[in-house]
Design a binder for this molecule. Sequence first.
Ligand code: ADP
Ligand code: GLC
Length: 473
Amino acid sequence: MRVAVISAEAVPYSKTGGLGDVAGALPKALKQVGVDAFLITPCYWQTKGEYLWHTAVDDLWVTWKGSALRIKAFYSEANGSPAFLLDHPALFHRDSIYGYREDHERFAFFNHAALELVKRLGGAPDIVHLNDWHCGFAAVELASRRRSDPYWRNTRTVFSIHNMAYQGGFGMGDLSSLGFTSEFARNAFSFNGYASAMKAGLEVSDTLSTVSKRYSYEIQTSENGYGLDWLTRRRASRLIGITNGVDYEVWDPETDPELPAHFSIDDLSGKTECKRALLERFHLPIELGRPIFASVTRLTSQKGVELIRQGAGDILAAGGFFIALGSGEKDSENFLQALRDHAPSRVGVYIGYNESLAHLIEAGADVFLMPSKFEPCGLNQMYSLRYGTVPIVRAVGGLDDTVENWNILTGRGNGFKFGPYQADKLLEKIYEARFAFEDKESWSKIQRNGMAVDNSWENAARNYIELYEWTLR
Ligand code: ADP
Ligand code: GLC
């Protein structure tokens, strides 16, 4: 089976969040179970030169807005499977990966060029696997081309929803300049008077998936469907949930090159060294008996930052350290800085994006906070489980599917989980965790229960193969 995975970001070439982790790991995992998979992603200014192995194609002619453009694609296997990075400096060499008024044009172009590249590479793929709104354009283009171009006739599309909250909206008036002039295309994009790339992807792709089972149901409700729940309900018989995997080649405390000491389920002593290094890193007193509560996140309302803000004082009152790494909404950034200024011997804050620090925090912290308002899958709670860092999560989306609440009577469970989106519910769990931390036997059991969980990509890749086979049928 030949599968082209198309994504706006993919590790190690680019990453702003979990989509990057997933799109980087999935083609590699597919390849390991025998699928002829390759990735197509943009080459950004942020993409490190060392990953661009050689030029695969330097004369890809793409018709765009009425003229023919000649562009390049680099080749790499830095993510463990073949990857092609499309290069268009004016569109992709920018200060940040997203956040421009013309993002819809940037990704429409990327999609169009990606399909041209696939064709140029030779054999038609059986499946084109599209991810999030950035790839809604290719879903429509492929659905149209399939009727007129024999090359695409047998190719099918899978569209994965990583986050329903971002839909890539723009004015219907822009559609024709992006090459979408047919009535079919206009209908696909049209949503409440404007154009939505997410809606188009959901509407015309052959099958749909989301990144956890629970989220696949949640997006069929008005609360989490962001106006498109009618469409996910309509297409429910073609929608499934597949929980993301963890790339244990990148996230494994036994081998992680970012850590000062290594550890495993059989010997956790290296974790104490990581805790010490983490406290030193933030110039906090080396008080190893105090639990470190940590958070690594985009600072947006999705992640439950509001609850953390309300709960932070209690973490300190309960005798814990609080360490946060994140960037995003200014308000939350300011709050974290102020909290640090208020309690500099208990709070460590890093505002920004720092991959290596994210690894050290996963390894050195005791408790990981993820009280998300909604969470399609979430990767950090799975990284935490593997690193013996006990997650406190809200029971939504992938968090609910991957974390089991600790039960002292049965000795089962690998974290702490609460339901209602309320600060006092988070606090209850913070105190439960604080209490359990003092009982060394219980704590060690919770940690080991989490470390024993297998969230490897191999399982997820097999589920994707089933989805591809189903799609082809
Ligand atoms: P989302 O994609 O919604 O942000 P996920 O939990 O799926 O949430 O994935 C987030 C990914 O981004 C994780 O790999 C996490 O470590 C990383 N991450 C988030 N914020 C930062 C940050 N400030 N610095 C480094 N890594 C970060
Ligand atoms: C999105 C979601 C996150 C998920 C990630 C990868 O960014 O917010 O929950 O883990 O995509 O699928």
